[in-house]
Ligand binder design. Structure first.
Ligand SMILES: Nc1ncnc2c1ncn2[C@@H]1O[C@H](COP(=O)(O)OP(=O)(O)OP(=O)(O)O)[C@@H](O)[C@H]1O
Ligand SMILES: [Mg+2]
Length: 245
């Protein structure tokens, strides 16, 4: 069997003396949608930061397509196709949507024409961005900001896109549209690692999921199985087991 696209083994990371993650094992295979769930402070964002070179791991390995990338710099990881849409979206507030999208392509070497084609493709994927292309990112609604952040991530031509808090603060119809768009790009071959507070959405969208608790993976498996797992239902789905019985 071929190597997973992303292979994380025994990963530890934290901030200064604070160890947040320990012994994290996680894989994403090419073409998969994988969800990472866990309560506030579990270390989900820290894990995405460690994978994208923003936090240095203190132990363990990170392999991308079999190559050791644990020590790689953030910029190089983007060039290798590992792209992170951070919590809070982090757009360039005083720049237009169009400029934010072009900046997403900063690590690419394939020239202006290809980048322009991909910007046009983003407007096709996210029509609301097309209508507002000259508008400053600071003036966008929360949903539009998330579309812009995802589109900016896609402009890097990722092989694996990691999205932190996909649906946070967004209306259900906006989340539905985003989910639809992510299914579409996944259907075209993009792998996804999603951190998501809304566990129902996370488990519906993904084929496999990992549960992180206090910096450790405590459960992982097929999303359909996790959705039925009593401990997941109790901890993350408001204990619906009694109601369903
Ligand atoms: N820059 C930082 N410096 C020090 N500690 C941090 C830093 N960022 C996060 N932490 C700590 O690391 C732990 C994990 O935080 P992290 O943000 O990874 O959790 P999370 O699972 O993403 O939570 P949430 O669901 O609230 O986003 C927390 O105890 C947090 O206080
Ligand atoms: Mg977080």
């Amino acid at each position: 069997m071929s190597a997973p696209l992303l292979d994380v083994s025994g990963l530890a990371a934290g901030y200064g003396d604070l160890t947040v993650l320990a012994e994290v094992d996680l894989q994403v295979r090419a073409g998969e949608i994988v969800a990472l769930i866990g309560s506030n402070g579990a270390g989900k964002s820290t894990l995405l930061r460690a994978l994208s070179g923003l936090v240095s791991p203190t132990a363990g390995g990170i392999r991308l397509d079999g190559a050791d990338v644990r020590a790689a710099a953030s910029r190089d990881l983007v060039g290798l196709g590992l792209v992170h849409v951070p919590e809070g979206r982090r757009l360039f507030a005083s720049l237009s949507i169009a400029d934010n999208l072009r900046l997403g392509a900063y690590a690419r070497r394939d020239g202006r024409a290809a980048i322009a084609r991909d910007v046009a493709r983003m407007y096709e994927l996210f029509p609301r961005l097309a209508e507002r292309r000259r508008q400053d990112a600071s003036t966008l609604s929360g949903g539009e900001q998330q579309m812009c952040a995802i589109a900016r991530g896609l402009m890097a031509r990722p092989r694996l896109l990691m999205i932190d808090e996909l649906s946070l603060g967004l209306a259900p119809n906006v989340v539905e549209d985003l989910v639809e768009t992510l299914r579409r790009v996944n259907g075209e071959g993009l792998s996804l690692l999603l951190v998501e507070q809304d566990v129902v959405t996370a488990l519906e969208l993904s084929s496999r999921a990992y549960v992180l608790d206090q910096g450790r993976i405590v459960l992982h498996g097929a999303s359909v199985d996790l959705a039925r797992d009593p401990s997941v239902r109790k901890a993350y789905l408001g204990d619906l087991t009694g109601a369903a019985a």
